[in-house]
Design a protein around this ligand. Structure first.
Ligand SMILES: [Zn+2]
Ligand SMILES: [Zn+2]
Length: 405
């Protein structure tokens, strides 16, 4: 069958692969396909476990805290409601959507699609259902929220409070592990092939490939809907460069208040203490929590800077029709697209801590302007990397080489 590499656009005629085989694109080194044994059943089992565990994880107690004789119980959504009640609605909505609502939608759709494939049932809506489960994948972040819970727990425990993980907390650990496992086991190409097989494209025929399911079709199909996944077919999406540039500029502008203004503000016995991103990292190092300090400095400082610089470099490469370092830039782009969601850890920590540090009017914690600015930076950079098409770099380089002869 013929497929098109999603990273560089080169058409590849794949031979029949056996279990354990890995097909690699000869132009850009991207992994085209890896054949797992029983991948659909294993991914279905993990996705179903994730979906089932989401219910107790959301309904049962996340943390139990005892301080000055008062006990505080929190649930997963407590922080989101507390932030919304304090007026930080945008922050609350973004955290609630990515850590609580979208996991139900994403894993519900994935279980439905994989269940149909496993049972051999092929309704018309199967392709679009699987496409939506893939599109929501990056925006669904239970594992990122789990890291935020671990940092929040360590920060509260370091202040000599008695804090226990509740049943909901243990279920949430299960959710995050099962979610990671189902992502690792899911072999998208096998699922797409089970929904509708690929064909061999005729040599020298003008073709385009679907950006979602990589199905190769004649160029005359442009503008119609993909017969397999239902998305609109385009050889290349229009306006990608302008949109990516606009998103990068907006993210760079908002990155300044995200670092200058406090992420969280604590009121303690009439005193006010505010934490910027850098203060939060220093507090972790100061409390002797070195591994968490290194982790948060990676997610909150290194990843956003690498994301913005890397995307700007890829965009410049298209603009200058550069023929250099194409493989490296393509790998960098894939890494940025994959790792971008982890920078949401810092705002998530606030959602974990806010409901725990709330003792009437004696001590309370709330978010600061920096938290909203930072989570919007994360969302903008993710939208920029999701919307960018790495094939544009290869197109521009090929055009340049063709003109030079
Ligand atoms: Zn390639
Ligand atoms: Zn498609």
């Amino acid at each position: 069958m013929t497929i098109a590499c999603a990273d560089c656009g080169t058409l590849q005629r794949l031979p029949a692969l056996r279990r354990g085989d890995i097909a690699v694109c000869p132009s850009c080194d991207a992994r085209l396909e890896r054949v797992h044994a029983r991948s659909i059943s294993a991914a279905l089992a993990c996705a179903s476990a994730t979906l089932l565990l989401l219910f107790p994880a959301n309904l049962l107690t996340l943390f139990r805290l005892r301080i000055f004789g008062i006990s505080v119980h929190t649930q997963l959504a407590s922080g989101v409601f507390a932030l919304a009640a304090k007026g930080w609605v945008l922050l609350a909505v973004l955290i609630g959507a990515s850590a609580m609502v979208l996991p139900f939608v994403r894993y519900g759709l994935l279980v439905l699609a994989l269940g149909c494939v496993r049972l051999g049932y092929r309704p018309r809506w199967l392709g679009p259902v699987f496409r939506w489960s893939i599109l929501l994948d990056r925006w669904t972040m239970p594992e990122v929220f789990l890291i935020a819970c671990a940092v929040g727990y360590a920060r509260i425990a370091a202040q000599a409070s008695i804090i226990h993980v509740g049943a909901g907390g243990y279920c949430f650990v299960g959710v995050a592990l099962m979610a990671m496992l189902s992502r690792a086991l899911l072999d998208r190409r096998t699922v797409w092939r089970s929904i509708a097989p690929e064909r061999v494209a005729l040599p020298d025929a003008a073709v385009l490939s679907c950006t979602i399911c990589d199905l190769v079709l004649p160029i005359s199909e442009e503008g119609k809907h993909c017969p397999r996944c239902g998305s609109r077919l385009r050889a290349r999406l229009p306006g990608v460069r302008t949109r990516t540039l606009a998103l990068i500029i907006a993210a760079v502008v908002l990155y300044i208040p995200a670092n200058v203004f406090p992420m969280s503000v604590t009121h303690f016995a009439g005193r006010v203490q505010s934490y910027r991103i850098v203060d939060g990292v220093m507090a972790l190092f100061g409390a002797g929590l070195w591994p968490l300090g290194v982790l948060v400095s990676c997610t909150s400082i290194a990843i956003p800077v690498v994301k913005l610089a890397g995307l700007a470099w890829c965009l410049l490469s298209v603009h200058q029709r550069s023929t250099r370092h194409l493989r490296f830039k393509t790998h960098l782009y894939r890494m940025i697209d994959e790792a971008g969601r982890w920078s949401a850890v810092d705002p998530f920590i606030i959602a974990v801590i806010v409901p725990l540090v709330h003792l009437r009017n004696f001590v309370t914690t709330g978010a600061g302007i920096g938290a909203t600015a930072f989570i919007v930076v994360v969302a903008l950079t993710m939208a920029a990397s999701r919307g960018f098409d790495p094939r544009l770099m290869w197109d521009a380089a090929a055009e340049h080489r063709f003109e030079r002869g």
